[in-house]
Design a protein around this ligand. Structure first.
Ligand SMILES: [Zn+2]
Ligand SMILES: [Zn+2]
Length: 431
């Protein structure tokens, strides 16, 4: 990592707004601002030069759903290590979920997190709790947390199970113009499921979580969003029927948005059998069927699914190295999101590069009412430098997260983020 506020980026191919990735230019950055875009620019005395050799450049990527574990679970991840993983994955901004200890349920904790992230090259936006102590009973101090810098509200890790609480939260959401992000799970239908309920779970004799546990909750939240005028953001969508519910609600003009994780448009529940109960394919919502994977890809293609997020959920080795049914849910994802998206969406032609980038750059920020970074003279330099064809291995030695619970560990990947520039810092990734 290096600190280079004055930088001449040579030979980049910008994508976004005025650029379609076909033209190669040089970009001069002074003290964190793009000051000149041109060809054959010469470096000044106080500038360092970085030759990108034709790599693409876009606005910095944002992951709107990560678990940074601090405060309270620093043995899994810290804000610093989580942001190092984010930078490696090409993300200049993340929004972090409130299931920390203490939970992010007050302005104090919101400010603690932003303060801890102040010097980092990655911006961290806290998501405040919907309910006090994330206990699902009384509404948290939402407007206070907004003033402190919270960008959304969620009890993620758990659903907002109480419909009356969700109604009130959505009423506040409408007043505060901020989304409520729900982990959509009807606990009575889902528990004690450890994987998707279907043919594979039946064969393996493991308790399953049926798709209907997610779908009934989404249907409820869509109705409540329509009733209150609030904005519901469906977290980590994973079933075909859930995508159809969101598609119909959007067509009806209801204020609903959604996101999907790379593993849900890539892997199926067959992996649990194939990998002999590897706990790195255990997460919530669980890996589902090929039909569901196909529906995620279709939802991304037709715009029903707005954003790609990782639900980055680090767990220490000793926590995951237990029997499948006892292992905690979740996998790390920041470092592999781009490569999985390249393989599943870009290479097969599901999305054009500009449309794929919108799911990493534009929509997460629009959902959270944040500024979308631009590549133009005078704009703040918030940038990701990346390629779509480099082969690299996601080896243990390149993992920046404090945990390595990933189903992609050891895999050969295609495409990676070569560097990010944000907050006056230029971070070059090495594999
Ligand atoms: Zn969740
Ligand atoms: Zn989550």
């Amino acid at each position: 990592m290096s600190y280079r506020p004055n930088l001449l980026l040579k030979n980049v191919k910008p994508v976004g707004a005025d650029f379609d990735g076909s033209k190669q230019v040089d970009i001069r950055i002074a003290d964190g601002t793009i000051v000149e875009i041109g060809t054959e620019l010469e470096a000044g005395d106080s500038e360092e030069t970085f030759d990108a050799e034709g790599a693409y450049l876009s606005g910095g990527w944002m992951d709107m759903h990560v678990h940074l574990r601090e405060p309270g679970y620093e043995h899994k991840e810290t804000i610093k290590t989580g942001c190092a993983a984010a930078a490696f994955g090409g993300f200049t901004e993340v929004a972090c979920m409130p299931n920390t200890n203490p939970a992010i349920d007050s302005r104090d904790v919101v400010e603690f997190i932003t303060k801890r992230a102040e010097e980092l090259p990655v911006n961290v936006h806290p998501i405040g709790c919907v309910s006090k102590e994330r206990a699902g009973k009384a509404i948290a101090e939402m407007s206070d947390m907004k003033e402190g810098g919270a960008v959304a509200f969620s009890d993620d890790g758990d659903p907002v199970y109480n419909a009356q609480l969700m109604r009130v939260a959505l009423e506040y959401s409408s007043m505060l113009e901020m989304p409520i992000i729900n982990h959509e799970e009807d606990l009575k239908l889902s528990r004690p499921g450890h994987m998707h309920e279907g043919r594979v779970s039946a064969r393996l004799g493991i308790d399953g979580t049926p798709g209907i546990a997610e779908e009934t909750m989404i249907a409820r939240d869509i109705l409540l969003a329509e009733f209150t005028g609030g904005h519901i953001h469906v977290a980590h969508i994973s079933t075909a029927k859930a995508v159809e519910l969101v598609r119909r609600a959007k067509a009806d003009g209801i204020n609903v948005t959604t996101e999907v994780c790379p593993h849900h448009f890539d892997l199926t529940d067959e992996e649990i059998e194939r990998r002999d109960f590897d706990t790195n394919v255990k997460m919530h919502p669980p890996l589902r069927t090929q039909e569901d994977v196909d529906a995620m890809i279709e939802g991304l293609a037709d715009g029903t699914i707005d954003a790609i997020c990782t639900d980055h959920a680090p767990h220490a080795i000793e926590e995951k190295e237990v029997e499948f049914i006892y292992a905690p849910n979740g996998i790390i994802g920041l470092e592999t999101a781009w490569s999985v998206s390249v393989r599943q969406l870009l290479e097969p032609g599901v999305l054009e590069l500009t449309d794929l980038l919108d799911k990493f750059v534009k929509y997460p920020r629009e959902i959270l009412n944040l500024d979308v970074p631009q590549i133009k003279e005078g704009a703040e330099a918030n940038l990701t430098l990346f390629n779509t064809d480099e082969k690299w291995t996601f080896a243990e030695s390149v993992v920046k997260s404090k945990s390595n619970n990933s189903p992609y560990l050891g895999n050969e990947m295609t495409g990676r983020a070569e560097a990010i520039y944000n907050n006056g810092q230029f971070v070059v990734n090495e594999v």
